[in-house]
Design a protein around this ligand. Structure first.
Ligand code: FAD
Length: 685
């Protein structure tokens, strides 16, 4: 048997953290044992020691080689080329349907920051540990390491060998393919192979009540109910290693033609350079930063920043107010903004849970903040509820695999009930006529381009699309509206929208993104199919003072929204809001004075949504006019979320996309392909 270094090659994917990481925890435990020290139980009963060392794949090891691979099929690799004359052996990292970049600048940067942070954290342990970075496919990288150590002697003497390959589980279909290839490669080289369960989710897979993933309910509520109370569900976190086995003495360099930068700045440059060649991303009029607007997501990636964010949310009491603020759209703390950290595995959901438990039990930070020491409250319970949605989407990805990316989604073609005819499949407008809508792909592309540029003419949609383009973030409320607009008002293939989000979102997560798009598009696991958001009613409910639209669509900032109601007193005038929500409603005089006359998205919006507001005081007669958000207006037939009902308000729409038809629509609820549309404010997650 070789007396040289025995190496575990640990390939990281979306588990880029030191804390609460089963693989690092196991390596640390192994080191302790091999030093013949009794492993001291952690003082904190919450930190688990599962004696994971027995599970590490059976291979004894002396060195741990953590490697993060920037996967060339997802993150464009050409920025890592050593010389400008070199060519990448990998195709461009473009999406399947719309051929967009798969990873845009916001996430590329966030990922780079996260990887660099982990490298620093590992080096900071001062035990010889560290993190290697590579570019390529995971299989190519693993093969290169295996071959290098099979062929080379080692500085320290003796023949080094890889005794095991570790990988953390990931339910994405591409990630599953990588796992299979790696498993075969390990078998070929007679090397142990271990897939660690990904423990960054709220409820541990081992605690789920399913024999098989096919038992997972297709409806979230059915999944959630048996798991309640959610507060009792998460396992304890794992202790953060303070020592790890060192890196091996010899490490092969990155294979040509790529070169790995030696500074964080260099790394970010390599990641961003290919994207910056065309910062307009083929848009003639890309959104530009409006004056005096702050990003709602200015956070840098990495475990350290993720932990700081959790601390901030807990200690300021923002978790307690979450339920009341989560439908906000402007500002830093209306929602947690933890999604990107969670998606990359910079933090785990159970770390969020236990930080909230400390707050609820009054033993952690946040003394004096609302809810401190008073047990679970509405806000903290709602955060848990949302974290479980994330678990659920991931499990759906496991259950449905490739169907998560299929045009008709996870829904079996619906059978008619009794003697009813089955509902015809929706025909989608696509970029290549394959959706069966008899459409012109050129026109679809033109429409999609206006959508991406934030120039549809529907204020809420345009504000959100400009925001996401510029910052990589937009709120859950805005995402729901945008997805509904693309899929139901414009009838465009929902996968194109999902790819656009995949490109732009900092927090992109394969399951959460594709699952949510399917859900909104009506081909996912929404039990109440066929519902559509009305973006005017939604704006009235969630942007009642027009602040969000004015922030991101600066051309509309000077639209006057108030009217005089007495000496020195003004109030928001709902009729004026309507012209902010859809600028085609501005009078000719206003269009001229705002410089909007003849502007395409103002004069020829992609769709005109008829919506009028009726006004009536609340039952007790108090006026709540002028700002109050949802509940006081009834905009849509059959809607139930109004506390009381205003008079005569109706909403209808008809797509006039591409053409910008004149005048308000007939009052019929219809869409281009002839299917009836019930405009409903769909209450999602
Ligand atoms: C069309 C569409 C696409 C989306 N794409 C993504 C995506 O790629 N990645 C992503 O993480 N979320 C996605 N979401 C879900 C949700 O919009 C974001 O998780 C949320 O807006 C992120 O902001 P936050 O961290 O402040 O969320 P919070 O409101 O603070 O929620 C707390 C956490 O719960 C989870 N969560 C909340 N809502 C959902 C949900 N509907 N589905 C799954 N998890 C949820 C997230 O991890 C989030 O960080 C998408 C939603 C829609 C409608």
């Amino acid at each position: 048997m070789s007396t040289g270094p025995r190496i575990i090659l640990y390939i990281l994917r979306r588990d880029v953290r030191l804390s609460d990481n089963p693989a690092f925890h196991c390596a640390a435990q192994h080191l302790k044992r091999s030093k013949n020290k009794r492993s001291s139980p952690s003082g904190d009963g919450r930190n688990r020691d599962d004696s994971l060392t027995s599970e590490h794949g059976g291979a004894p090891f002396t060195h741990l080689l953590p490697v993060y691979v920037f996967p060339a099929n997802q993150i464009e690799s050409s920025g890592f080329l050593a010389s400008p004359t070199d060519r990448s052996p990998y195709p461009e990292a473009r999406s399947q349907v719309a051929k967009l970049w798969r990873t845009g600048p916001h996430r590329a940067k966030f990922i780079g920051e996260g990887v660099w942070n982990l490298k620093q954290r590992l080096e900071g342990l001062q035990c010889g540990s560290g993190l290697e970075m590579r570019v390529g496919s995971i299989a190519d990288v693993a093969r290169e390491f295996l071959e290098f150590y099979a062929e080379t002697g080692c500085k320290g003497g003796g023949q080094p060998q890889i005794s095991g390959i570790w990988l953390t589980d990931d339910d994405g279909t591409e990630e599953k393919d990588d796992e299979r290839i790696l498993k075969n490669l390990a078998a070929k080289h007679d090397v142990a192979f271990k897939v660690w369960e990904d423990e960054k989710f709220y409820i541990d897979d081992r605690d789920l009540p399913y024999e098989s993933i096919s038992d997972l309910p297709n409806v979230y509520t059915t999944y959630r109910k048996p798991l309640e109370p959610l507060r009792d569900r998460p396992r304890n976190t794992l202790p953060t290693p303070t020592q790890l086995p060192p890196l091996p003495p010899d490490i092969p360099p990155q294979r040509a033609p790529f070169k790995i930068p030696t500074s964080e700045e260099g790394l970010l440059k390599a990641l961003l350079a290919p994207l910056q060649k065309d910062p307009t991303y083929c848009l003639k009029t890309p959104p530009s930063w409006p004056k005096d607007v702050q990003s709602a997501h200015p956070f840098k990636g990495g475990e350290t920043n993720g932990q700081d964010r959790i601390k901030h949310l807990v200690s300021t009491g923002a978790m307690s107010t979450y339920k009341a603020t989560r439908n906000g759209m402007l500002g830093l703390d209306f929602s947690t903004k933890l999604s990107a950290f969670l998606a990359q595995g910079h933090i785990t959901a159970r770390q969020v849970h236990w930080a909230m438990v400390d707050f609820e039990d009054g033993i952690g930070a946040g003394e004096g903040a609302e809810g401190y020491g008073k047990g679970e409250n509405e806000g903290t319970a709602a955060v848990r509820f949302e974290l479980l949605w994330r678990d659920y989407m991931r499990l759906c990805m496991r259950k449905f695999g490739h169907k998560m990316f299929a045009l008709y989604g996870i829904q079996p073609h619906a059978k008619g009930r009794g003697d009813q005819q089955p509902k015809p499949k929706k025909r989608w407008r696509t970029l290549n006529k394959s959706g069966g809508a008899g459409d012109d792909p050129k026109m679809t592309l033109e429409t999609f381009t206006r959508f991406r540029s934030g120039r549809t003419g529907v204020g809420l949609i345009d504000a959100s699309n400009r925001e996401i383009f510029l910052t990589g973030y937009t709120s859950n409320r805005a995402r729901q509206n945008v997805a509904s607009f693309l899929t139901s008002h414009l009838d465009i293939d929902w996968r194109i929208g999902a790819e656009w989000y995949e490109f732009l979102l900092t927090d992109y997560d394969v399951a959460s993104n594709w699952g949510n798009w399917q859900y909104v598009a009506g081909v996912g696991n929404d039990p109440r199919q066929g519902r559509v958001f009305n973006p005017v009613k939604q704006a009235l409910d969630y942007d009642a003072k027009g602040e969000y639209i004015k922030a991101w669509v600066p051309e509309l900032r000077d639209v006057k929204l108030t009217r005089n109601i007495g000496p020195g007193r003004e109030e928001i005038d709902q009729q004026r809001l309507m012209a902010l929500y859809q600028a085609w409603k501005l009078s000719d005089w206003e269009k001229s004075s705002l410089g909007l006359k003849g502007v395409e998205w103002v004069e020829q919006p992609l769709t005109r949504i008829q919506f009028s507001v009726g006004r009536k005081g609340p039952p007790d007669g108090r006026s709540k006019r002028g700002g109050g958000g949802g509940g006081h207006w009834r905009g849509i037939d059959g809607e139930a979320d109004a506390a009381w009902v205003g008079d005569g308000a109706r909403a209808t729409f008809q797509s006039s996309w591409g053409g910008g038809g004149e005048g308000e629509e007939s009052g019929q609820e219809s869409r281009g392909n002839g299917e009836g549309v019930h405009l409903e404010d769909m209450e999602l997650v």
